[in-house]
Design a protein. Structure first.
Lengths: 261, 131
């Protein structure tokens, strides 16, 4: 199970907490706090392991990741404040709608924007599937930064890593090619997750009985995922990602309708 | 193969895939992550092995930070598993700190500030105890 989560999480740049938490708590009867703690450890494992591949191949836009990380980490802290002000159920419904809309947009667009050199945070990587070097620049940095704050806020609120929001922001809005987006999002989720994990550890919710086998499985899976991400055509990756977004939206609706996990 | 809309103007396909040469920042991150994973896997494996030798399976619950040194000296499986998890959790912190050092070395002032802010927020939110 953890192995599969590792492959998928690292292939798509999402943490996989959305899949891990319900599986652990429903199928294995793990208490919810322990399930979340285990899932967060898995996100860290996914991110760290996948980055050893992505970084060494030059897929990750480190500067872009660090810049947006300012917004997401501050946003995550703000999530605690927002939770008091807004009804969580309302948020879950709204974001389910946003996710479906994003999946539809990605589907309509059918691929990456034509990469253009914008002079902002330019980077390039070699795409083994297309067999060519892709150069790109980042667009709409300011808006992306502001929306990343929102993504961090949501991940702080709903307890999910936020990869599902970061990938569309970078890919659709900032015109970063999907593969570079996935690699960069993967780098960023590690930071958010590590912060959360430290807190959970301090409160004693970590249970090695679940976390250690899960982490080891993830570490193995996350060696495979990035290679799949690099060698699959961007179009195929996009379709898989859209399916995951719709599934994610469905999960949020289920949670919001009261099936408190 | 039909070109996707993402295909840019540069379409010259090189015959052999070029080998990516990591810049100093990438090298630093790569090194930190590999080391972090290696150490945490070694500690977890040791913990699992001690658990098997002593019997009783995988322990539940982590060892609080204060009791770790004593428990580790006693070769307690829980202590090694806890240490492994701590190293795993600490790795992204060290990675951000490592990138900070790499940006300082490169003299990239803007990203020294950006990275320092990220590290500060990470530490602050751990101290605040909420995310």
């Amino acid at each position: 199970m953890a192995l599969i989560a590792g492959v998928f999480g690292s292939m798509l740049g999402v943490g996989g907490g959305v899949i891990m938490v319900p599986t652990l708590s429903l199928a294995f009867g793990v208490p919810i706090k322990t399930a979340i703690a285990t899932s967060i450890v898995c996100v860290i494992a996914t991110s760290s392991m996948a980055q050893t591949t992505f970084v060494s191949k030059g897929m990750t836009n480190i500067r872009l990741g660090m810049l947006l990380e300012v917004a997401t980490s501050v946003g995550a802290v703000a999530g605690g404040v927002t939770a008091v002000l807004v009804d969580g159920r309302f948020l879950q419904y709204s974001f389910a709608v946003v996710l479906v809309y994003v999946a539809w947009q990605m589907n309509r667009r059918g691929g990456d924007d034509t990469p253009a050199e914008t002079g902002v945070l330019e980077a390039s990587y070699y795409d083994p599937a297309a067999r060519r070097e892709v150069r790109y620049g980042v667009r709409r940095t300011r808006l992306g930064f502001i929306l990343s704050f929102g993504a961090g806020d949501v991940s702080g609120l709903l307890g999910v890593g936020g990869g599902a929001f970061k990938v569309p922001i970078m890919n659709l809005l900032m015109a970063v090619p999907l593969k570079a987006t996935i690699a960069t999002s993967n780098l960023m989720i590690g930071v958010t997750a590590a912060t959360g994990a430290a807190v959970f550890y301090g409160r004693g919710y970590m249970d090695p009985h679940w976390a250690v086998p899960a982490a080891l499985g993830i570490l193995a899976g996350a060696r495979i995922g990035p290679r799949l991400a690099m060698y699959l055509p961007a179009r195929v990756l996009g379709v898989i990602f859209q399916v995951v977004l719709v599934g994610f939206a469905a999960m949020m609706v289920v949670q919001a309708t009261g099936a408190r996990l | 193969m039909r070109p996707s809309p993402g295909d840019g103007p540069v379409a010259a396909a090189p015959t052999a895939p070029p080998v990516h040469v990591m810049d100093p920042v990438e090298r630093m991150i790569h090194l930190v992550l590999l080391a972090g994973i290696a150490v945490s896997v070694a500690l977890m494996a040791a913990g699992l092995a001690f658990g098997l030798l002593k019997g009783g399976g995988i322990p539940r619950g982590v060892v609080p930070l204060g009791d770790l040194p004593r428990a580790a000296r006693g070769l307690s499986p829980a202590a090694f598993l806890s240490l492994g998890m701590i190293v795993l959790i600490a790795t992204p912190f060290v990675r951000v700190a490592g990138s900070l050092i790499a940006f300082v070395r490169e003299g990239d002032c803007r990203y020294v500030v950006v990275t320092a802010v990220v590290l500060a927020v990470m530490c602050a939110s751990v101290l605040l105890g909420r995310i």
